[in-house]
Ligand binder design. Structure first.
Ligand code: SAM
Length: 202
């Protein structure tokens, strides 16, 4: 089946960055991830759909070996500038996350998900799970802030509606939930609209 959704094209996302209209962009590291970075052992960490990469820089500053992936050139350019200013090394990948499996099999201890799952077309969510499973090491963790929980499918996207039961179904077989909570540290506009679920690959 040939997929051809508007959000499959990097230009769709690059235009939003170029117009400075990225409503999802926190302009700083994500407080929930900052807190997690201080509580888990360092390791190889991949951020898929990393955007401008504030979390990539933050994890690198906290000792993680970071790979940051996004196919929008403007996002990667901003990330490279931030990494250089912060004097940290980050493996930046300007490319399609759906093509990562071949180059990064069983490569990462952690994957960070934030508003990437809801950015891709819902028809590709099982494919997303397969890619994530391929690039995580056995025992590796998918650390996700799953959002937006308050949208309906009929409203379209991106961002597309994300339901907790759907996420748990997609990451049902071969995964174990190690943490699930509505984080106190969620930014105010996302409180109750995002949930932290950490899945471990068996
Ligand atoms: C809603 S933004 C979120 C960015 C970032 N996670 C954040 O929270 O600031 C979604 C990002 O995913 C990227 N993206 C979407 N589909 C992608 C794909 N197939 N491969 C790589 N990046 C993708 C977009 O370019 C965009 O930067």
């Amino acid at each position: 089946m040939k997929l051809n959704f508007k959000e499959d094209k990097s230009q769709f996302w690059d235009d939003i960055y170029l117009e400075d209209d990225a409503g999802w962009d926190l302009k700083c590291p994500t407080p929930v991830f900052e807190s997690i970075s201080e509580s888990i052992p360092t390791g190889k960490l991949c951020i898929i759909g990393c955007g401008r990469g504030y979390d990539a820089v933050m994890f690198a500053q906290n000792g993680f070996d970071v790979t940051a992936v996004d196919f929008a050139p403007s996002a990667i350019k901003s990330l490279k500038t931030s990494a250089s200013l912060a004097n940290v090394d980050i493996n930046t990948v300007k490319g399609d996350l759906f093509l990562l499996a071949e180059e990064y099999p069983n490569a990462f201890d952690y994957i960070i998900e934030q508003t990437c799952f809801c950015a891709i077309n819902p028809n590709r969510r099982n494919e997303y799970e397969r890619v994530v499973r391929s690039i995580l090491k056995p025992g590796g963790q998918l650390i996700g802030l799953w959002f937006p929980l308050d949208k309906t499918v009929e409203e379209g996207g991106p961002p597309y509606a994300t339901r907790i039961d759907e996420v748990k179904t997609i990451f049902g077989s071969g995964w174990e939930i190690v943490k699930e909570e509505f984080p106190e540290l969620s930014i105010e506009p996302r409180k109750g609209r995002e949930i932290l679920i950490i899945f471990k690959k068996n």
